[in-house]
Design a protein around this ligand. Sequence first.
Ligand code: COA
Length: 338
Amino acid sequence: MRASIRTSVPVRHAAMLGVGAYRPRLVVDNDQVAGLIDSSDEWIRTRSGIRSRRWASEDETIVEMATAAASAALESSGIDPERIGCVLLATISNLRQTPAAASEVATRLGAVNAGAMDISAACAGFCYGLALAGDIVRGGSAEHVLVIGVERMTDLIDDRDRGTAFLFADGAGAAVVGGSDEPGIGPVVWGSDGSQAELISQDHSWLDWRDQLAKDPSAEAPALRMNGQPVFRWATVEMAKVARRTLEAAGIDVADLDAFIPHQANDRITEALARSLRLPSSVAIARDVVEQGNTSAASVPLAIDALLSSGAARSGDTALLLGFGAGLSFAGQVVVLP
Ligand SMILES: CC(C)(COP(=O)(O)OP(=O)(O)OC[C@H]1O[C@@H](n2cnc3c(N)ncnc32)[C@H](O)[C@@H]1OP(=O)(O)O)[C@@H](O)C(=O)NCCC(=O)NCCS
């Protein structure tokens, strides 16, 4: 008779047990970016809502920022690092491609029993990680999972590009996911559309750059480019549909929501989504982009941290998370805040 494989015992529900954030030291206001792109504080505020952003200094590397945010999340959850069974790190700006930053972060944290890998899903990365973490915990492959979103977008952008230079920024946020008596992470609604890949993408590959450098030592490194208007339309129209499907999948009505925490792309996108969803005025809306800029994979956990720290949202609140960006990729889920 064939021996049967022993399986781990799954838990029924998963939830976020704690969150943490790391915001780089350097605060950069609109006047400091406007000069190079022939813009102004007023234009940037009106078109994006952004007043300032944080830029990482040299020592604030992907690994350093991720480790700091993850340490804060571990502390707030009360979970020791040895009890973490998996580290998922979402980023698109780790320019040292191998090894995965997650391995180094796990070791620095003392997460000696953890599998570790990076996820590349741009601004949807944290929500992708959270969905996987919930499944890993419910499936029994790990008791606790650390999900981190971290970016140094300033390494990817051209500071003379009018469409991106004022928008993107740096930082890290993290959450510890573990078993729970009640459902704390709802079903994920996710997807991607590679036919629109060119709307937000690197203008050429690192390989192309290497070839160009052989002929021209002053060849420019790849930079992130964005076609702003179609991205804006997609985010406001299609993501409103995704938000509705996410609420439906979780069996939650807008009236049951305490907080709306979309990717902090641009405050006008957040506004348009909130209007389209007809959120009651009692729902706290994340507006971390105003002070933090668009930090891609870090934006959702940073925004969760900001809402909880300010008291605008509380532990136990029901929140709709919605990540979206390059790919074009997206992921939404209803969660209970830790
Ligand atoms: C980037 C974004 C703010 C640009 O706003 P926009 O209204 O689409 O701007 P446009 O490119 O159409 O340009 C409108 C005008 O502003 C000017 N302009 C463009 N960039 C400018 C800048 N940085 N500063 C000042 N003026 C600028 C243009 O020259 C144009 O002038 P004109 O009307 O005299 O021709 C907007 O497209 C956007 O928010 N897109 C979504 C971006 C986003 O959130 N992406 C993240 C997804 S992860």
